[in-house]
Design a binder for this molecule. Structure first.
Ligand SMILES: *[C@@H]1O[C@H](CO)[C@@H](O)[C@H](O)[C@H]1NC(C)=O
Ligand SMILES: *[C@@H]1O[C@H](CO)[C@@H](O)[C@H](O)[C@H]1NC(C)=O
Ligand SMILES: *[C@@H]1O[C@H](CO)[C@@H](O)[C@H](O)[C@H]1NC(C)=O
Ligand SMILES: *[C@@H]1O[C@H](CO)[C@@H](O)[C@H](O)[C@H]1NC(C)=O
Ligand SMILES: *[C@@H]1O[C@H](CO)[C@@H](O)[C@H](O)[C@H]1NC(C)=O
Ligand SMILES: *[C@@H]1O[C@H](CO)[C@@H](O)[C@H](O)[C@H]1NC(C)=O
Ligand SMILES: *[C@@H]1O[C@H](CO)[C@@H](O)[C@H](O)[C@H]1NC(C)=O
Length: 439
């Protein structure tokens, strides 16, 4: 190692450039504060705070404004379908199978049966399953030369007031409507006249003899059927038609859907709809003022089970799926239904013009939805009432055509394959049904 002691290399002096000009040194503590900076500081934080406080208040009042059932809920029906078909549909059970083939006022194409082929219980679930009438009587009989009579038709049971000898019939002089009876209970296929036997058999069950509520809650957990032109519904009708025949006494539709695929332009199986039907005359149903729907973006209602709920009292009615946030209808009874309907003052009823008067004038804002309603669960197929709009999704029939049902039947090769092959997909599957009365 070599070293040179005593000799220090002269260091180069580093000069501060800062010290050269003191005026360039930052001295924030002596600076006069910019008042605008201070204002903008407080303004920013102030506004942010106001925003947060405001939205908290909004949330609070939003939360408080959600009307909730005011009272206790007393159980009316708790059906888990944990027994077997014979028990669920046995005498004095909760469920009544409605058997008719007249289209239920909607021009529906199915006949509803009491057969365990179309309504049955399996593994704790209720199944409503559509089958082909041809499987029972053969395709040629469906199309021509056959008379089908529903031996267990329930028209008389569901229209008791029209029966000869009933107290209502004698009191009001009502006569038995033989035409309506025969149209609901029997059909003839005739290729010359173009009539056929309803090509599909399905089911419609109700609690009309066992359970109804006037205000309360209904909850149904179900998986919807998949397949073109299938129309499942969970809905309610009035027990006693207090204000007159449909739609004077109202109808509550908790869930309706269409089995058509997600690409169907008229809202397919990724949509469910809730609505109220009401009006002073059959052709003045104001359902368009009280309906709504919920939709799934990446899946659909045939993929799994969802809960469909009705909450209803004298001040509001709400229909939702799974959560109150997913509401299809949230109606405050803050206005009488007659003014809500915005009906014309003079209408043509048949051939006679009549001045329309409020049929619910002696009621409340809830009228006609202030009477006991019972529950119906059904699986319809097609219809001519517009539920499936014409010219949408290759619909094989026109609603106005007298050959509608026949054209639907002739297109079986198009729609039947979409119903799946195992019976599961085309079925409306119900896990449970619960009803509570507000008490
Ligand atoms: C179920 O359908 C088959 C035809 O597919 C028929 O033979 C049978 O009788 C039906 N069962 C009932 C209970 O109606
Ligand atoms: C329904 O009532 C009519 C009139 O009383 C009667 O002729 C008919 O047989 C009844 N039908 C059934 C299925 O009970
Ligand atoms: C069977 O139904 C047809 C069509 O509705 C009807 O004309 C006929 O009278 C019915 N037969 C019986 C026995 O009810
Ligand atoms: C079929 O309909 C035609 C035309 O409406 C009618 O003339 C004929 O009698 C009907 N056939 C039967 C078996 O009812
Ligand atoms: C419906 O009317 C009948 C006959 O007036 C009556 O006995 C029954 O209690 C009423 N049902 C309901 C649910 O109001
Ligand atoms: C409309 O006409 C039908 C059939 O004539 C009648 O039963 C009904 O009472 C009429 N409705 C009104 C509001 O006048
Ligand atoms: C309303 O009540 C009055 C008086 O009781 C009665 O005259 C009228 O017919 C009722 N109107 C309706 C539509 O029920």
């Amino acid at each position: 190692m070599s070293n040179t002691p005593g000799v220090l290399k002269k260091a180069k002096r580093l000069r501060s450039t800062l010290l050269e000009d003191p005026s360039t040194i930052d001295k924030p503590w002596v600076a006069v504060k910019d008042p605008f900076l201070r204002i903008s500081y407080w303004l920013t934080w102030g506004i942010a705070f106001l925003g947060i406080a405001g939205s908290a208040i909004r949330c609070y009042f939003g939360y408080k404004s959600v009307l909730m059932l005011d009272g206790n809920l007393c159980p009316v029906l708790d059906e888990e379908f944990n027994t077997d078909t014979d028990t669920v549909f046995g005498t004095n059970s909760n469920w009544f199978r409605e058997v008719e083939l007249g289209g239920y006022g909607n021009g529906e194409f199915e006949m509803t049966t009491s057969s365990s082929n179309n309504s049955y219980v399996q593994n704790g679930y209720l199944y409503l399953t559509p089958t082909l009438t041809a499987d029972e009587i053969g395709q040629s009989n469906v199309m021509n030369g056959y008379t089908y009579n529903l031996t267990d038709c329930t028209y008389n049971v569901t229209n008791p007031a029209t029966l000869p000898g009933s107290s209502t019939a004698s009191a009001t002089g009502t006569t038995f409507d033989a035409t309506a009876y025969y149209q609901s209970c029997g059909a003839v296929s005739n290729s010359t006249s173009g009539t056929i036997i309803n090509p599909v058999q399905s089911a419609r069950i109700s609690t009309r003899n066992s359970a109804s509520i006037r205000y309360g809650k209904v909850e149904v957990r179900a998986k919807l059927p998949r397949g073109d032109w299938l129309w499942p519904a969970i809905w309610m009708l009035p027990v006693n038609n207090t204000y007159g025949a449909w739609p004077l006494s109202g109808e509550i539709d908790i869930m309706e859907s269409r089995g058509n695929g997600r690409t169907y332009p008229g809202q397919g199986i990724n949509y469910v709809r809730g609505s109220l039907n009401w009006g002073p005359l059959p052709f003045l149903n104001a359902v368009a003022k009280t309906f709504g729907w919920w939709t799934q973006r990446r899946t659909d209602y045939g993929e799994g089970f969802h809960t469909y709920t009705l909450e209803w009292d004298s001040s509001f009615l709400r229909i939702y799926t799974d959560s109150r946030l997913n509401y299809m209808l949230d109606l405050n009874f803050n206005e009488p239904f007659f003014s809500r309907g915005d009906f014309p003052t003079v209408v043509e009823n048949g051939t006679a013009p009549i001045v329309l008067t409020n049929p619910w004038v002696n009621g409340t804002n809830a009228t006609p939805f202030d009477q006991p309603f019972y529950l119906i669960i059904n699986l319809a197929v097609g219809s001519t009432n517009g539920w499936f709009p014409d010219n949408m999704g290759d619909k094989p029939w026109l609603d106005g055509s007298s050959d509608a049902m026949k054209n639907f039947a002739l297109a079986q090769d198009q729609w039947y394959p979409t119903w799946g092959s195992d019976g599961e997909e085309k079925s409306l599957v119900v896990d449970y049904v619960k009803m509570w009365q507000l008490c």
